[in-house]
Design a protein around this ligand. Structure first.
Ligand SMILES: [Zn+2]
Ligand SMILES: [Zn+2]
Length: 553
């Protein structure tokens, strides 16, 4: 009998972001990606959301390594937090490790990890598994699918992928190798990227964006062109640089991560830019508009990003005006649409022309659409299938695609964060779920729970009313008129009568409670809260947070 193998999903199944899974057998574990999620608008004050790391912390001694599929933050950004609690070797391509290292170094945790660079097609023993790193195309170079050879057969994880037949670097998704694994060993379990499972057809090649960019540049001679995209999208950056150089332009970078990633990618030989082409952003104003292209961060409308500052007229280096062209070579991540829309508006107010995907096809996705997902399913021919990486609707649609491709319906398992499955000799069963709630980061990790977030939402939506009352519990009387302080309920200077009424209502409620024999803090606070809450509701139809403070003398 072979040891069972368990796969546990800690994040990324039910949301786009914080991708993290664990593969384990015989008490030894390998972590597969550890990412962050960017907060929704309904998470006030939250910087980042992590996977629930409790399961990993509990088993810190069992963790033999972390495998990174690619360098995006939704797969690597959580490592800087995980490494606080454990030390482990981290496997990935040179670029992936280079990108991941930045945050780990910022957290001062570089000594907690050994970085193990792996090459395309390489096989490595990682803990109890033999892991093969298979090239895939995506919106960051040098991503991998990973094939785990386990006592229960091969588990193939696609990583984030698309099937780009003409990638900028010629490094295609290695369908031949995946087919060979399927033909020789067979794939017991396939875990596949579901992001675009609702989209029919095939995602266009990254190269098609290059053609569009070239046209945009050619038809706008003599004008300054600013292009924003993800700083990790090195192939996009390459195509912008190529279009710029062909048009006789120099290139400057705006935003810290753009400069950093350019340097990293050039050092690794992934990006080709002549030294003579790059000019410092400090000198940008010295160049004729038609001789310069600026590569900027901020494609997601992030409030303090280079592009937002530019749009607000607060950039240190550049001032936008009529004649300037801004190309937004990215799609907003769900949740960021509003912020991006606002930046586009601001750019237009400065007189700039803005080219986004609604105007020209200046972006394509890095994720496979239905046609590619079906191709993957037909090459892999898995015994079992779990759709990963997506909101529930994406997982659901991907599950349906798999069933349509002939994976028996009972062998398609829809899982969510916290779910696990166990591969064993007889088949596959579901494991006991593990904690997988959102772990909120605000400043330092861990101190923001659901309660804190709920309070913040009430404060943001309705405001707060504080009442401070001083009570003599021996004489059973309210010493002075309770004081009402509010933020966000009513504008106090204009609502004096209402505040006086509230004070009187609380006083009456406390006096009644004292007369009934209530002397403990908790019950006095409860009476005050109830009376004040009722008045606030009746008079204003609002439900601010009510905070009673009772001081006893
Ligand atoms: Zn990705
Ligand atoms: Zn991803």
């Amino acid at each position: 009998m072979a040891d069972p193998v368990r796969v546990t999903f800690l994040g990324g199944l039910g949301e786009i972001g914080r991708n993290c899974a664990v593969v384990e057998t015989a008490g030894r574990m390998v972590v597969l990606d550890c990412g962050v999620m960017f907060p929704d608008p309904d998470m006030p004050g939250i910087d980042l959301v992590l996977p629930d790391l409790a399961y990993l912390r509990e088993h810190a001694d069992a963790i033999e390594g972390v495998v990174l599929t690619h360098g995006h933050e939704d797969h690597t950004g959580g490592l800087a937090y995980l490494l606080r609690d454990l030390a482990a070797p981290v496997y990935g391509s040179a670029l992936t490790l280079g990108l991941a290292r930045v945050r780990i170094a910022e957290a001062g945790l570089e000594d907690r990890a050994t970085f193990v660079e792996v090459m395309d097609g390489e096989r490595r023993a990682v803990g109890p598994f033999d892991v093969e790193f298979i090239p895939v195309t995506h919106s960051v170079p040098h991503g991998f699918a990973t094939a785990f050879s386990t006592p229960q057969g091969v588990i193939l994880h696609t990583g984030d992928f698309k099937i780009d037949l003409t990638p900028v670097d010629g490094r295609r998704t290695d369908l031949a190798r995946i087919g060979a694994i399927s033909a020789t060993q067979g794939v017991r379990l396939l875990l596949s990227d579901s992001t675009n499972a609702e989209e029919p057809g095939f995602t266009p090649s990254e190269r098609s964006v290059g053609a569009t960019l070239r046209r945009v540049f050619e038809t706008r001679p003599g004008r300054r062109i600013i292009v924003t995209c993800f700083a990790s999208h090195i192939h996009r950056v390459q195509q912008v640089v190529d279009a710029a150089v062909d048009g006789g332009r120099k290139v400057a970078t705006l935003g810290r991560s753009m400069a950093k990633n350019l340097e990293l990618a050039r050092r690794l030989g992934i990006l080709t830019v002549d030294d003579a082409v790059l000019v410092p952003i400090e000198d940008a104003d010295r160049y004729e508009p038609g001789t310069l292209c600026i590569l900027s961060t901020g494609s997601q409308g992030e409030p303090l990003s280079a592009l937002s500052l530019l749009a607000a007229g607060e950039s240190k280096w550049l001032h936008l005006g009529p004649g300037d062209v801004v190309v937004i070579s990215a799609h907003p991540i769900p949740g960021n649409e509003w912020a991006v829309g606002r930046v586009i508006d601001q750019l237009h107010r400065r007189g700039a022309e803005v080219i986004h995907t609604g105007v020209e096809p200046v972006h394509v996705s890095g994720h496979a659409r239905q046609g590619e997902l079906q191709t993957m399913l037909s090459v892999v021919r898995p015994e079992y299938f779990v759709p990963v990486h997506g909101e529930f609707r994406h997982l659901w649609n991907h599950a349906r695609l798999a069933a349509a491709m002939g994976v028996p319906e009972d062998n398609v398992l829809l899982c969510e964060d916290g779910d696990g499955i166990v591969l064993e000799d007889g088949g596959v069963r579901r494991a006991e779920p593990v904690p997988a709630g959102f772990l909120y980061v605000d400043g330092t990790v861990g101190d923001v729970g659901h309660g804190v977030l709920r309070d913040r939402r009430v404060l943001a939506d309705e405001g707060v009313v504080v009442v401070v009352a001083t009570v003599d519990t021996h004489a059973r009387e309210v010493v002075t008129a309770p004081e009402i302080v509010t933020r966000g309920w009513v504008h106090a200077p204009e609502a004096e009568a209402l505040l006086d009424e509230a004070s009187a209502v609380v006083r009456a409620a406390l006096e009644e409670a004292l007369a009934d024999g209530a002397t403990d803090h908790e019950s006095l606070r409860r009476h005050a809260r109830r009376a004040l809450g009722r008045l606030v509701g009746e008079r204003t139809r609002r439900r601010p947070m009510i905070v009673p403070v009772v001081v006893t003398v």
